[in-house]
Design a protein around this ligand. Structure first.
Ligand code: AMP
Length: 495
């Protein structure tokens, strides 16, 4: 007799720059799993206390001031790079640090659900490139987690909205401003089918940029009154980093606050205290370039999708940094430039039932529920966020699938050789960021196609096909049409 097989439970993970969350489906609804302290969000912070002791989350964050050299925060911003973190005599890649966060979340879920967790949907910014996605997949593998889908964060947020909404149709703008990333998605929703119409954003804009402005402003003002150099005091500086974030958060709900850090440092003259007030107006003034940048990405996203701002009938704000009043004001102004109708626009378009901190994790849980057959009948169709193509022998990028193409899709182009008797042709798969005039290419892989060595330059006919499956996985096939020889690179995660 064969043993009945039970399907492993799939959980949803929002692996955020600042905070991470884990969710599961109960009675058809996504639930956030509390961590070991009972909190719903876990700071994405890792502290290497000793060779044996590694702390993750709130406790690691609390120790960050005293252990600045052995604490890692914001590792998501480094994902996809090969720059290691050096901690004592250890050297760790960003994905190895991320794996520690994932393991911690996995342990919390195992404790809470009282079962082993090995399967997950993990969210990533829509704008993550292939290297960043691959690094996320490697982090999951290190943590012993099988990833069923890397889900784009704005799509996850829209799933949360869709599950909770009574609206049968919507034209959504999802603006996700997290700790270090900006993701903009334009999406249609009709009868439980989601269709992405446009994506944009940047992996260099987020809440941290606002923190940095507060740090700079505080230091500049402090420098005027004190000869002590806070910039060169790592413990003092780390405290300032933490207080700058708190100040920014305070200014989302009050119009004035004080950055007060008693005993921030001790100089020859005695203890130094930091005590500076900051108004919301001043904060808006010092961060206007960041707001301007976000607006620039909004304009670009609408232009690329060939949609006008008045196309939008629902706005979902995701990510803690969308609570900054100046961000919401800018989005409102962008959608409704007439000051007379701004208040009405805000009331009508902004869907506040979606919790910006939890929407992505809940959406990951919803997809996990769909994959687990616990939720029925939701479908989504995504589009590519990068141009995909080949590099020719001159180093020139030849696009095959343009950014913004709905998938599944396939595109074929004919190529030939550039030299006589070429024994093989290198197929170098590349993607670019898809921004207007951008030249930021990322290599997705190279493979060789063997050729008949007797052919003159330009004679062979080589068909190259790019196809993207419903999960956003790219396969590239190359065939020499004369000899029938073929080679392929499959399973490239592009989205
Ligand atoms: P997330 O990646 O969604 O967790 O977003 C984290 C970012 O949101 C961090 O930069 C936080 O400092 C910021 N954030 C969280 N809450 C607020 C708030 N109430 N006002 C402004 N920024 C916030």
């Amino acid at each position: 007799m064969t043993k009945p097989t039970t399907k492993p439970r799939i959980v949803g993970i929002d692996l955020g720059t600042t905070n991470s969350l884990i969710s599961f489906i109960k009675n058809g609804q996504p639930r956030i799993i509390p961590n070991e302290r009972g909190s719903r969000t876990t700071p994405s912070v890792v502290c290497f206390k000793s060779e044996q002791e590694i702390i993750v989350g709130e406790m690691a964050l609390n120790q960050a001031v005293l252990n600045a050299d052995s604490t890692v925060s914001n590792v998501k911003l480094m994902m996809g790079t090969t720059e290691p973190y050096t901690i004592g005599d250890r050297s760790l890649l960003p994905e190895e640090i991320s794996a520690l966060i994932l393991s911690h979340l996995k342990n919390c879920a195992e404790q809470y659900l009282q079962q082993e967790i090995t399967d997950a949907v993990i969210t990533v910014p829509a704008y993550f490139n292939d290297n960043q996605r691959q690094a996320t997949l490697r982090a999951a593998t290190i943590a012993g987690i099988k990833v069923h889908k890397l889900l784009n964060e704005p799509t996850a947020a829209a799933l949360t909205y869709g599950l909770g909404s009574t609206q049968e149709q919507a034209r959504l703008l999802v603006l996700d401003l997290g700790g270090g990333t900006l993701d903009i998605t334009l999406m249609e929703y009709s009868d439980k089918v989601f269709r992405v119409r446009g994506v944009g954003g940047a992996t260099t804009v987020g809440g941290i940029n606002f923190d940095r402005q507060i740090i700079e402003h505080t230091l500049e003002t402090f420098d005027l009154n004190s000869p002590y150099d806070l910039r060169n005091d790592p413990i003092a500086f780390q405290q300032l980093v933490i207080y700058a974030e708190k100040t920014k958060i305070d200014l989302s709900s009050s119009t004035e606050t004080t950055v007060m850090i008693p005993y921030i440092a001790v100089s020859d003259e005695g203890p130094i205290h930091l005590n500076q007030s900051l108004s919301r107006d001043k904060f808006s003034e010092i961060s206007k370039d960041i707001i301007h940048d976000i607006e620039k990405y909004l304009i670009e996203t609408f232009a690329r999708a060939e949609l006008e701002p008045n196309w939008v009938d629902s706005v979902i704000l995701v990510g803690g940094a969308t609570r900054i009043p100046a961000v919401e004001e800018m989005v409102c102004r962008f959608l409704s430039p007439d000051p007379e109708t701004m208040a009405e626009t805000r009331e009508r378009l902004f869907k506040r039932q979606v919790n910006p901190d939890e929407a992505v994790a809940r959406g990951a849980g919803i997809l996990a529920g769909i994959l687990n057959d616990e939720i029925a009948g939701m479908e989504f169709h995504d589009i590519t966020s990068h141009n995909l193509g080949l590099e020719d022998d001159q180093g020139i990028f030849i696009p095959l699938i343009a950014a913004g193409t709905p998938y599944p899709c396939a595109e074929t182009r004919l190529f030939t050789t550039t030299a006589n008797n070429q024994p093989e042709v290198a197929i170098h798969v590349m993607q670019d960021r898809g921004h207007e005039g951008s030249e930021e290419f990322t290599s997705l892989g190279v493979f060789q196609l063997e050729m008949d060595a007797e052919k003159a330059q330009g004679e062979p006919n080589i068909d190259v096909t790019f196809s993207i499956d419903p999960n956003g996985v790219l396969s590239v096939n190359a065939v020499d049409l004369d000899s029938g020889k073929a080679n392929a690179e499959c399973g490239i995660q592009i989205l």
